[in-house]
Design a protein around this ligand. Structure first.
Ligand SMILES: [Cu+2]
Length: 160
């Protein structure tokens, strides 16, 4: 009888844990958010951070306050064959590299995804005012499964 009561108690505890987590138990961890003026595109800023999702998820987009910038985009940097490419929405950043807007950033379970200079990054388009070292601002990240996350970015000269 004693062992059976113990088993029932354990089952009840497990059910409580499942209920607390719900179907969307995905947790996103954010590390090292920082930003700077885009070195090659005037009037734009770039944001960098590391995202680690506990489960498979996808970063779908970002939103910024209109008092900060007109829009926020997901960007990647790609090699291009020629400098006269006319890829829609692209920005030539020189040296055979080009920034392109991407629709989403896959976040495989438990794999840190790093957004950093020269690679994937967040782009803040049409800044209301240039970013100054020490400024902070908030960006809302939207995911396929996880709830939105508001991340504070600090403007720095280099990664923290
Ligand atoms: Cu960009």
């Amino acid at each position: 009888m004693r062992s059976r009561r113990g088993a029932v108690g354990l089952a009840a505890a497990l059910m409580l844990m499942v209920a607390a987590c719900g179907d969307d138990a995905d947790v996103i961890t954010v590390d090292g958010a920082w930003a700077r003026n885009s070195p090659l595109t005037s009037g734009a800023g770039a944001g960098y951070l590391q995202l680690t999702s506990s489960d498979d998820d996808t970063l779908l987009g970002i939103t910024v306050d209109p008092s900060f910038a007109r829009a926020g985009e997901l960007h990647d940097v790609v090699m291009v064959e020629s400098t006269d490419s006319t890829m829609a929405g692209s920005m030539d950043v020189g040296g055979g590299m080009m920034m392109v807007a991407v629709d989403e950033v896959p976040l495989p379970a438990r794999v840190p995804v790093v957004l950093e200079p020269g690679h994937l990054h967040l782009m803040f388009v049409d800044l209301v005012a240039p970013l100054e070292i020490g400024d902070t601002f908030e960006v809302t990240l939207q995911f396929e499964r996880a709830p939105d996350i508001v991340v504070e970015f600090e403007v720095r000269e280099e990664a923290p």
